[in-house]
Design a protein around this ligand. Structure first.
Ligand code: G3H
Ligand code: ZN
Length: 286
């Protein structure tokens, strides 16, 4: 059934576990994420990024309606989240389109401007009764940018700044930069667990890990043990989808029916979702 992100995150945070949030681009992503979560028997968040809305010619409803329909029929709880939003117009559409939460991303701005913009976004989003996440310190690799140098200023979240940012903005959760980067196609990210522990101790809100496709399973589990309650995964699905399509078309050059290669793509994404959810739920190595 359709549920809310706030509900899933509060339950996960209380249990020291995490909710996986998968980025959806096509209908096949939607179906695969729900099927994978059902196979793993775990709740999941379907998230639509502002980039994905742009790909849909700026229209939110086609994907939102598909995600809502899939969530309502799902055998596990499913919530809808709007991801990496910068546009106020999109923020205003969130609740009506069926989303229970939003990530507002002004992390590219200097601290004061990020705070001011985020505070305004919190007002808009809370007025709709929704949950909101923001970002401080920048997780690199967005919009095709190369991953930031993990040691560059701004590439890590400062715990004192983060405490002030959370208090002054009123956000419900914070995306933190602790060594992951977006769009990695190898799982080689090394997280700063000392920093994560300091952030966990400094902040009274759940933490969100972005760029989780590049983070190895054991590092993901350690991050959850350290206070990460929402794990954002996008690229891993696209690696599975594109790899399956590429293999299929190479071995079946005569095929023209898209259902043939989209089926293998969907199956590959189901497998990835199931495997990642199971890996997240497994106990960390002692
Ligand atoms: O907000 C989305 C995530 O941070 C996805 O990152 O595509 O590197 O897994 P990823
Ligand atoms: Zn992200």
């Amino acid at each position: 059934p359709l549920t809310t992100t706030g509900e899933l995150i509060s339950r996960a945070a209380a249990a020291r576990s995490a909710v996986p949030a998968f980025n959806i681009i096509t209908l096949e992503h939607v179906e695969a994420v729900v099927a994978g979560a059902e196979a793993a028997g775990a709740p999941v968040v379907l998230q639509v990024s502002e980039n994905a809305v742009r790909f849909r010619h700026g229209r939110l409803l086609p994907l939102a309606r598909a995600a809502t329909a899939a969530a309502e029929r799902a055998r596990v709880p499913v919530a809808l989240h709007l991801d990496h939003v910068r546009s106020d117009d999109l923020l205003r559409q969130a609740a009506d389109a069926g989303f229970s939460s939003v990530m507002y991303d002004a992390s590219h701005l200097p601290y004061d401007r990020n705070l001011a913009a985020t505070r305004a976004a919190v007002g808009l989003v809370h007025a709709q009764g929704l949950w909101i996440e923001a970002e401080l310190g920048e997780v690199g690799g967005k919009d095709g940018a190369p991953p930031l140098d993990a040691h560059a200023p701004g590439a890590r979240t400062d715990p004192d700044e983060a405490r002030a940012f959370v208090n002054d903005s009123g956000v419900d959760a914070l995306a933190v930069a602790i060594g992951s980067a977006h769009a990695m196609t190898t799982r080689t990210a090394v997280l700063d667990h000392t920093l994560l522990a300091r952030l966990g101790a400094a902040l009274g809100v759940p933490l969100v890990l972005h760029g989780s496709s590049g983070v190895p399973d054991d590092e993901l589990r350690a991050a959850v043990a350290g206070g990460v309650a929402k794990v954002n995964i996008g690229t891993a699905l696209n690696i599975a989808m594109t790899g399956a399509v590429r293999d299929f078309l190479t071995t079946h050059p005569e095929v023209v029916d898209p259902r043939k290669y989209l089926s293998t793509a969907r199956d590959a994404m189901v497998e990835t979702v199931t495997r990642l959810i199971r890996a997240l739920c497994a106990r960390p190595a002692p």
